[in-house]
Design a protein around this ligand. Structure first.
Ligand code: HPA
Length: 248
């Protein structure tokens, strides 16, 4: 049986159309998830929803308990997880308002609890991460976008920085020359932890600003929030379209 979970990011703290049937306070060997997990119904489908930054708390990207979040969702039965990430646009093809279904990651984070491999199991967890996102789940997202006539970039390299500060202009120039199309702070270690658990994972990124140094406007949270508010409904309808597909 497949079951889908959605990890909401900044600006996406609930799923429109989701009738919440119960909430699960899950204790994990890694501590508490960001919040209780909501279990709801979208049409005939059971969906789990968790807000990465907690609500009403605002856990910063480097303090999110990614291990607990993914563990809890798997414990509840999730076999597939969609992470929603707000990002800055680096490539010219990624202006604010663009949705991106990334196909690659470059991880610039440090110091996060990034693995379940504590060295105690006797097995080394050298997961294959050549393709960091699950191909079938990415395709399902792209098909839902096509069905709903929702424009999105069908691939892109997601560079993940440590935060919580935004980048310098030189860091963004370096990331551009590394091949990053967008920059966010929460895509890792979420994707690799999901792979360690054997859970299919894909990400929907929403570009909320031009990355540092690429625009003459100062980067402010208010400006990012304004884009998020304008675009969150589009993300929500994409997720809803995915949830309503017959595979769950
Ligand atoms: N950089 C990093 N993370 C982000 C950005 C950004 O410009 N915008 C939204 N999340």
């Amino acid at each position: 049986m497949s079951a889908l979970a959605v990890i909401g990011g900044t600006g996406v703290d609930r799923l429109g159309g989701l009738d919440i049937v119960t909430r699960h306070a899950v204790d994990t060997p890694f501590g508490e998830p960001s919040q209780v997990v909501q279990e709801g119904r979208l049409g005939d489908t059971t969906i789990f929803f968790l807000h990465r930054h907690g609500s009403p708390r605002a856990i910063p990207p480097h303090r999110v308990n990614y291990r607990a979040n993914l563990w809890a969702l798997q414990q509840l039965g999730a076999t597939h997880i969609i992470g929603i990430n707000a990002v800055g646009g680096i490539a010219p093809s990624m202006p604010p308002g663009r949705l991106v279904i990334p196909d690659q990651v470059i991880d610039y984070t440090w110091g996060r609890e990034h693995t379940y491999d504590t060295g105690e199991s006797g097995e080394l967890m050298h997961i294959d991460f050549t393709e960091p996102y699950d191909a079938a789940l990415r395709n399902a997202v792209l098909e839902a976008a096509d069905r709903g006539d929702i424009a999105c970039a069908r691939a892109g390299v997601h560079g993940v920085t440590q935060g919580p500060r935004l980048e310098t202009a030189a860091e963004i120039r370096r990331m551009a020359s590394d091949g990053c199309d967008v920059v966010g702070m929460t895509g890792m270690p979420e994707a690799s932890l999901a792979r360690e658990l054997g859970v299919a994972y894909a990400s929907i990124c929403m570009v909320v600003n031009a990355a540092a140094g690429l625009d003459d406007k100062p980067l402010t949270l208010d400006m990012m929030r304004a884009t998020l508010e304008r675009e969150a409904d589009v993300v929500a309808s994409l997720v809803e379209g995915l949830c309503r597909s017959s595979r769950w």
